[in-house]
Design a protein around this ligand. Structure first.
Ligand code: IPE
Ligand code: IPE
Ligand code: MG
Length: 249
């Protein structure tokens, strides 16, 4: 019995009927949104960044604790140079504005991903937003930039191996390994949303989504609204999360 209780707790057990504590979103469909309007893809990314601002505030207001968004993947470098450049510029603009407003809006921010190959200015902005965030508590938005689930796991394995060899780490367990991931200290996502019509994970949170509920919608990210989020949450509430156990043995 003890063993059973421990296992279900370990599985991350958030209530099945409540509000998801952590929502993850793959911000997809910006390019198609722009194309439909005869605009350059970068206009879609611009519209998408405004949607992120709105949805982050919405999540905070309804009482979600964490929102993690996939903004730029380790594979997105394959895109044309001008598109990558435009996305980096938007991230720069977003972080600059965040630095100015996050204390007022009480939105904590973290960046997940290998930021070492971003521009020195972007790296400085990331460090600054994280520093400001460390001074208060409450809703937290995590932005994944140059993020890949496989890259995160390899990175964590490498750092664990180094610590182990130096006598700084103990036995390898799911918990101890989790501390080496970008998401250290943050509960796994309860709900993963992918707008834009594709039904795949595209290298997002491979470790953390082990028991997340998935919700797909054809709505393109720039068109995503609080009402769409409500729909996803309503669907989440209808799900039966079992974490491998049986309900009434
Ligand atoms: C998501 O929108 C943003 C990034 C991946 C940076 P897309 O740019 O992938 O939009 P679609 O999928 O081409 O419509
Ligand atoms: C996933 O979207 C990555 C981000 C939203 C940052 P993509 O548009 O890159 O994914 P694929 O290529 O359709 O799988
Ligand atoms: Mg896409």
């Amino acid at each position: 019995m003890d063993l059973f209780t421990k296992k279900t707790e370990k599985a991350g057990g958030r209530e099945t009927s409540g509000l998801p504590r952590h929502i993850a979103i793959i911000l997809d469909g910006n390019g198609r949104w722009a194309k439909k309007r005869g605009l350059p893809r970068t206009a879609g990314h611009m519209a998408g960044s405004e949607t992120f601002r709105r949805i982050a505030t919405y999540c905070k207001n309804i009482g979600v604790d964490y929102l993690t968004v996939y903004a730029f993947s380790t594979e997105n470098w394959k895109r044309p140079e001008d598109e990558v450049g435009a996305i980096m510029k938007l991230l720069d603009k977003y972080l600059r504005e965040a630095v100015a407003t996050m204390a007022r809006d009480r939105i904590r921010m973290r960046v997940f991903g290998d930021i070492s190959c971003l521009s020195p200015e972007l790296q400085r902005l990331v460090a600054e937003t994280e520093e400001i965030s460390s001074h208060y508590e409450g809703f937290q938005a995590n932005i994944c930039i140059n993020y890949g689930g496989r890259d995160e796991i390899i990175n964590a394995a490498r750092r664990y191996a180094e610590d182990y060899a130096a006598g700084r780490a103990g036995a390898l367990t799911e918990e101890s390994f989790g501390a080496y991931l970008y998401s250290a200290g943050i509960p796994d996502p309860d709900l993963l949303i992918r707008p834009g019509g594709e039904q795949r994970i595209s290298n997002f949170l491979l470790w953390q989504c082990a028991y997340s509920e998935f919700y797909f919608t054809d709505v393109l990210w720039p068109d995503f609204t609080g009402a769409e989020l409500d729909k996803a949450i309503a669907e989440y509430r209808r799900r039966d999360r079992r974490f491998g156990a049986v309900k009434n043995p």
